[in-house]
Design a protein. Structure first.
Length: 271
């Protein structure tokens, strides 16, 4: 499994490096690269109220950069791990790009359609290795049973679609409702919806609500020896790749990259 470490590590690190370039926009429009320290000070010094309070201080700029950058760090870790997850599905189950990709269209009032994507897919019929296919199907059945999916509904399912996140602590009702709609659509398209959380950071109310809405959810628990609840047990025992071991082997490189990004975000520009 170590032979893929370089490829897999780069999938995770590439998005994280973007965070070091983050610059706050200070309400100056959604487009553009954000303001430099000098531009920030010019903006705030031209505002009498902000100038009176000394908010043009470089440390204020650093605080804004850090606040927005922290959100970006979490987001980019999630993006990198989505790419990693799909690649592992492809490599371990011998699938192609089309196999591991899933989307659907929803009609808009203007007559057009919007395409929504989930982060991964495993169509059972595309797993050529019978032992792997049977193992995955068995996991699907046990997962469906654990959240009370009707047996007739399960009998029509042709695979699983995945939503991958580094953590889930948001109480955003709009986001939750969108996830629930995704699950309902997945069932109509004959797929079991599964949320893959890579950390243990998920709000308990969200966990209960999603399972009640027939999402199967696995989280970043280690040592449970239960692929129905643990992301890392699922990856090792069902997919056939030890993701926890990968992260442990490469922790030094991951920590080094995050350390460099955080130092950039917590330091105001000096040029």
């Amino acid at each position: 499994m170590k032979q893929n470490d370089t490829k897999y590590l780069e999938l995770v690190l590439e998005p994280i490096r973007i965070c070091a370039k983050y610059k706050p926009k200070f309400g100056q429009g959604a487009k553009g690269d954000g303001l430099t320290l000098a531009q920030f000070q010019t903006l705030y010094q031209s505002d009498p109220f902000y100038s009176w309070f000394g908010l043009d201080n470089p440390l204020m700029y650093a605080a804004h950069k850090a606040a927005g950058g922290m959100t970006s760090v979490y987001r980019q870790i999630g993006i990198g791990c989505e790419k990693l997850f799909r690649t592992i599905l492809k490599d371990s189950l011998e699938l192609d790009d089309l196999d591991v990709t899933w989307s659907y269209d929803i009609p808009l009032p203007n007559g057009k359609a919007r395409t929504l994507y989930l982060d991964g897919r495993v169509p059972l019929e595309k797993i050529s290795d019978k032992a792997k296919r049977d193992r995955f199907h068995s996991w699907m059945k046990d997962s469906a049973d654990s959240i009370g999916v009707d047996k007739k509904v399960f009998s029509n399912l042709t695979g699983t679609v995945f939503e991958v996140r580094q953590g889930y602590k948001s109480k955003d009702s709009k986001r939750q409702n969108a996830d629930i709609a995704n699950a309902a659509t997945a069932y109509t398209k004959a797929y079991l919806p599964c949320a893959v959380i890579l950390s243990t950071q998920i709000d308990s109310d969200i966990l209960l609500r999603y399972r009640a809405e027939k999402w199967t959810i696995i989280t970043g628990i280690e040592g449970s020896k239960d692929p129905l609840i643990s992301t890392y047990d699922f990856m090792r025992d069902v997919i056939g790749y030890d993701l926890a071991a990968f992260f442990k082997r490469n922790s030094k490189a991951l920590r080094k990259e995050i350390d460099a990004v955080l130092k950039d975000l917590l330091t105001p520009e000096t040029n």
